[in-house]
Design a protein around this ligand. Structure first.
Ligand SMILES: Nc1nc2c(ncn2[C@@H]2O[C@H](COP(=O)(O)OP(=O)(O)OP(=O)(O)O)[C@@H](O)[C@H]2O)c(=O)[nH]1
Ligand SMILES: [Mg+2]
Length: 332
């Protein structure tokens, strides 16, 4: 079963769009007026036909193809994803995917669909084979996240070393130096990317090496080209740091640019300051990035939390979670 929405000025225009895209067999599952336009959600059952019913069976009506409760659940998820400004093609992909799961509990179905669509891999809390390099646009939260990661490791007694390449900007080093002094963690300042391989050999005994970088303009091919060559040369695990609450299309393009330079994971920040998470989903989807950890505080004492599909589903569908809890009598 595929679900698709069509918006037009009038119902007959929207129905014409439905027939053009899905043919005469499309099943209309919902029509809605929105901002002076009509939105029709239609379904096409393209699964193999069921075996012919025995002659005494009750006739099969198209309207029964989609149970009303299932449709409620799908609507609930679609509305939540629209509220978060998730791009249309991703909403369709997620609603297609979640129909394979138990729709009585939309939050579980969404969690399963997120699990099937995205990869989740938190950053290691112990020894890491490769240096972890945080990259991203200016002000994304790279330095604070480095401080949080270093704190997490230092508190566990893991030898950690921090390197920063953000040496040009006034105040770039002082901010990080203040954290590392407190943690009694080594901080190595590297003037340019070219000196990074030597810096790594100096720090080869550290269980984990964290590299902070200066903010990069995602649309500067020269700067990103140089970043990409460095990531490759030092075999770093490059993590794109991106705040929540940005424009979804813009975030998707930023993620695509950093992914092309070699970023493979997405660390989300400012979850405490945003009510729209669509930009993060769009970034991970377009950049094919694995979600790792997430930050929700400007305080270094509040650690990053690993992101997983259910945590993400809860953030996207908080009301549904409350309904499930009310039904089961549990508290979150
Ligand atoms: N509320 C909140 N603030 C955050 C979070 N992460 C970062 N910040 C704040 O965002 C601002 C920028 O954070 P930085 O860590 O300096 O960002 P950056 O990516 O290192 O910035 P540049 O080095 O200038 O590129 C600071 O004021 C941080 O305190 C978060 O999860 N929540
Ligand atoms: Mg910084």
């Amino acid at each position: 079963m595929r679900l698709k929405s069509f918006t037009a000025k009038t119902l007959s225009d929207a129905m014409a769009e439905v027939r053009k895209a899905l043919g005469e067999n499309a099943i209309i599952v919902a029509t809605r007026e929105e901002g002076g336009e009509v939105r029709v959600t239609a379904a096409l059952d393209d699964s193999p036909l069921p075996p012919a019913p025995p002659p005494t069976a009750t006739p099969y009506f198209e309207d029964e193809a989609l149970e009303p409760e299932s449709q409620d659940a799908i609507d609930q998820v679609v509305q939540a994803l629209e509220h978060h400004s998730v791009p249309r093609d991703l909403i369709e992909h997620l609603t297609d995917t979640l129909q394979a799961f138990d729709l009585e509990q939309p939050i579980l179905a969404l969690g399963a669909a997120l699990d099937a669509t995205f990869s989740f891999q938190p950053l290691p809390e112990g020894r890491a084979e490769r240096p972890i390099m945080l990259v991203g646009p200016p002000g994304a939260g790279k330095t604070l996240s480095i401080a949080k990661l270093a704190t997490r490791l230092a508190l566990k007694g893991q030898p950690v070393s921090v390197i920063t390449t953000d040496t040009d900007r006034a105040g770039g080093i002082e901010q990080l130096a203040a954290f590392t002094r407190l943690l009694k963690v080594d901080l190595l300042e590297v003037e340019d990317f070219g000196a990074l391989p030597d810096a790594l050999s100096v720090r080869k005994d550290a269980q984990q090496i964290l590299i902070d970088t200066a903010g990069q303009n995602p649309y500067d091919p020269q700067a990103l080209g140089q970043l990409g060559r460095t990531i490759k040369q030092i075999k770093a695990e490059a993590v794109l740091v991106l705040p929540a609450g940005l424009d979804a299309a813009e975030s998707a393009e930023v993620a695509t640019a950093f992914a092309a330079a070699g970023a493979s994971r997405l660390l989300a920040t400012r979850l405490d300051m945003a009510r729209r998470l669509g930009s993060l989903l769009a970034a991970a989807w377009r950049g094919r990035l694995r979600f790792c950890d997430a930050g929700a505080s400007s305080s270094v004492t509040v650690p990053l939390a690993p992101l997983n599909p259910m945590a993400l589903a809860r953030m996207l569908l908080p009301e549904s979670e409350q309904k499930v809890n009310a039904q089961t009598g549990t508290h979150s």
